[in-house]
Design a protein around this ligand. Sequence first.
Ligand code: FE2
Length: 280
Amino acid sequence: MLNDFAFKRIIGALSWKWHRRHIHLPEVATALRADIQAASPNHIAFTGDLTNIAAESEFIQGERWLKDFGDGNLISFTPGNHDAYVPISWDRTIGRLNAYMSSDMRQTESFPFVRLRRNIALIGLNTAQPQKLLSAGGAVGPAQRQRLADQLRTLRERGFYRVVMIHHPPAPGLALPIRSLSDAAEMKDLLESEGAELVLHGHNHEHSLNFLESKFGQIPIVGVPSASMTKTSQHDIAAWNLYSITRSKSQWHTNVKIRQWNADIKQMENQNAFDLPPRS
Ligand SMILES: [Fe+2]
């Protein structure tokens, strides 16, 4: 008998066959990857999703794509809802990407992982949990939130610029209810009390910039479009953000440059550039 999760996967596969494969193009993702490589950033933050229905074959292909991009020292990855579309074997799916989710801190649990790059700390959360049909939600969960709070506090005391990587937007109202974190309100409270210098998320397939107020200053919450989206009326076209982070006069300065796919000339191009508010 067909169970709910098998049914969900069939629906997801049909959605890909009939719709998504026509708007998510491999050549766009490949051009975007080459554009990032040409910019030669110190580090790459990839906030998922990597796959569509979390099939092992998709992860094998995705792992190959990532390896051609760079190794685990260069790239950090956080899974998205599609990467846990149904209950899966961790080792045969997301676990294939362990090299991109390893932690530089001594810790017993896998998430949040912490990666230290000079005076920048990337903190990667896992919000990917199998959802019922038509839901694209997720959750951080109380245990992961507690560890995140401890990490944010410790890293602040050690003077790091803290970048939180999360697939789903981490505050209420930033995604439709069926696409939201079940603990978005708790995440907002946590970020406002512990602070962070930057939060990066995916999921919404659009450019977005929101702010949370913390006692340590404003926290920018930045969303990016999908890396493979061609021109549609529904979603923003494929893009990536280049963050230049500097420290001077006891403040952090963050400049953001947006590089976007131009479907007419089939090339990446500059779309926008702006500074985030300085942070102490
Ligand atoms: Fe997603």
